[in-house]
Ligand binder design. Structure first.
Ligand code: PMV
Length: 316
């Protein structure tokens, strides 16, 4: 069995976070500038079935059976073995590393899981197709995030822009013109589970107000889809601004996120919004090439960290 490796990109949510949990559409795109990588090599010196997991970035170097079964890394290995009905795997070493910032809403957990499932299923001679990889990753996301909508595992497994509606067949987006986004991190993070729970509490208290906000966010995601597929990405800016205001009303923004959004807009971004679970994590700003340097400088001056530029390519 030859050594094998697989990788998976990061992701950002362009429109529709939180409302997507309540059945509204959302749009997410892969971020290829960062990735998680899983490499597997046979361990011919070890007894059959011995599996070593090495993720030195996070200080893990351990046999599989010494990690809790629900640890995200071991869960991905067990899920793959189970999906392939392999009870006696050969001995191997699994090395994991990632350039996706941890806990920043760029999908690092889902990307590591996807990379492991891809690499391991290929190593065992049965590479799993994207839909199986995505479904297995979703189950593992549930272990750690409570009630994820499924958008992360979908966009990261398929590595394509998606128009995502929970529990509906996946629709790929086909951008008719390319556009670029600048991603900037606040350097702070609140677990998505917490903001999702808080939005849930707000919705229970004031169902009508929240339903209205979710519907408005869903309508923005629909308009954004038309802009992307119609070749008018410049229309995305005002939609991003409007989506950010609705997220503020859902109480998932923060002073740091608002400061980055304001700085990007003032420096000439077409629009900007928080992206992901919120109350920390990152913002995305729509930038044209001629404004890129100015927006970057403004974001750095406003405390933005780990700037990443990602281009969503034309596919029609
Ligand atoms: O924090 P992230 O980037 O994993 O995004 C969470 C997106 C939510 O809509 C808030 C939750 C979900 O599961 O879709």
């Amino acid at each position: 069995m030859p050594a094998i490796s697989a990788s998976a990109p990061g992701k950002v949510i362009l429109f529709g976070e939180h409302a997507v949990v309540y059945g509204q559409p959302a749009i997410a795109v892969p971020v290829h500038a960062v990735a998680a990588k899983a490499s597997i090599s046979p361990d011919i010196t070890a007894p059959k079935g011995r599996i070593r997991i090495q993720a030195t970035d996070i200080g893990i170097d351990s046999d599989l059976d010494q990690l809790p079964k629900d640890h995200p890394l071991s869960a991905a290995v067990w899920a793959t073995l189970q999906a392939l009905a392999i009870h006696e795997p050969p001995a191997f070493r699994l090395r994991i590393n990632s350039t996706i910032p941890f806990g920043g809403g760029l999908g690092s957990g889902a990307a590591v899981t996807v990379a492991i499932i891809r690499a391991l299923s290929a190593f065992l001679g049965h590479p799993l197709p994207n839909d199986r990889v995505s479904a297995l990753t979703f189950n593992i996301e549930k272990l750690h995030h409570g009630t994820p909508s499924g958008i992360d595992n979908t966009v990261i497994s398929y590595e394509k822009p998606v128009f995502f509606v929970k529990d509906k067949p996946i629709e790929m987006l086909r951008p008719a013109a390319q556009f670029s986004l600048l991603i900037a991190d606040t350097g702070m993070s609140t677990p998505t589970k917490i903001t999702v729970t808080d939005v849930g509490k707000g919705w229970q208290k004031e169902p009508q107000r929240y339903e209205k906000l979710f519907t408005e966010i869903g309508a923005i995601a629909q308009q954004a889809r038309s802009a992307i597929e119609g070749g008018n990405p410049d229309q995305l800016g005002p939609l991003m601004n409007a989506n950010h205001e609705l997220l503020q009303q859902l109480d998932v923004s923060s002073a740091e996120l608002d400061a980055l959004v304001a700085a990007a807009k003032a420096a000439g971004a077409g629009g900007a919004k928080l992206s992901g679970g919120g109350r920390g994590g990152h913002i995305i700003a729509l930038v044209t090439q001629n404004k890129l340097a100015a927006v970057k400088a403004a974001l750095l001056a406003a405390g933005g960290k780990g700037l990443i530029v990602t281009t969503v390519k034309r596919t029609t």
